[in-house]
Design a protein around this ligand. Sequence first.
Ligand SMILES: C=C(O[C@H]1C=CC=C(C(=O)O)[C@@H]1O)C(=O)O
Length: 441
Amino acid sequence: MLVHSSAPVFVRSTLLPGTGIDAVLDLLRRGPAGGVDFGWLHGEDGAVGGGAAVRWEPRPGEGTGAAASWWDGVCARLEHTGDSAGHASLAFGSFPFDPGHTRAAPVLVLPEWVLVHRHGGTVLLEASTRPFPVPATARLDALLGAVDQAPQEPVGLHEEHEALDAEQWAERVARGVKRILVGDLDKVVLARQVTVRGDRPLPVGRLARRLHASYPRCWTFLVDGLVGASPEMLVRREEGLVTSRVLAGTIGVSGATPETLGAALASSSKDLLEHEYAVASVASALAPYCDGMNVPSAPYVLELPNVLHLATEITAATSPMTSVLELVGALHPSAAVCGTPTPTARRLIAELESMDRGRYSGPVGWVDSTGDGAWAIALRCGQVDPDDSRVVRLFAGCGIVADSDPDAEVAESEAKLVPMRTALAEASAATGRVASGTGAR
Ligand SMILES: C=C(O[C@H]1C=CC=C(C(=O)O)[C@@H]1O)C(=O)O
């Protein structure tokens, strides 16, 4: 909704003692048209929201810089009411991977309502360009009362033929390797897509709930039809402390034990090199904004149900003036999703992938009215077609270096598609309640 740039934006926060994460997760059980547009879940914390009190209307070519200015302007107009004035308002957003090569627009929205469970407490945040007509309790009752407890109709799913099948994509990977070998670049991340069509609207909220139940150590997100569970934290800012989890270098889970797989990954020179490029790109992009940066000298192995990754957690301190959106703008695209050097890799991606990545592999997350926030890289995800809620495009990509083997990259991309394929199938077949309260592993 467009509002006059000086008009107040009313926000109300209501503490809800005794309400836990299950209430937040339950909201995802509302049907496909249930009014849940935003979600962010990690371990025992979560936020789910709907509607748009104010939405950023980007002009062509605008990105995180313009989004940050818009959000600063909104924050300057916030008028708090309620029993805990000062609770930070949250805006959810996501940005395309390559604004110069997509039809997807960036998103940043202050939702009409968000139910947040964080650090053991729950709060209902509301926002509106008009004074609130009903008390917060009425809103909450309406939200929770509309949760669909009835068995849902199963959704039949089938995968559609792609412009590039796995074999053709392997051939593009081989071309990428050749370009590396002739010295055009060091690394490029190439992705593929799989389209899934349902015979009725896809249960996106339930899908997010399933992803969170299976991947509690990942960041499950839902922003305007972009839904997934990412293991990679581009940047989180919490009271001046900055953290980034860099991933690159992957091995799919197979018959071998996690210990054997982890040892193979940690000693693979191909994966270590791929990882090194990603860490270097994040550390150098953060440096101008941070003090006291700590970059561990060697990665650890992050174990997920479908894959193991080489991972590095970078920490640093930043000034109160640097908002998380500014850091997002500086960090994206890292070499975990683009390559090295960035401009050459970006051009090669546009040339070889034969698809529009849209918001896949772009930043996705939230910013609050203090400039804190958390932005993952949109991986292990799918984009629901904005014009047809029965259709979702799933994506998976792989870092390609000189030693990459195209068939092994196809197998790795298949492993990366497992979370979405499985959760989609489970959510579409689900007829009862999904167990919650998974906890961080
Ligand atoms: C591009 C993706 O993963 C990136 C993140 C972690 C590990 C990666 C790898 O080992 O290739 C990729 O760089 C994706 O999942 O679509």
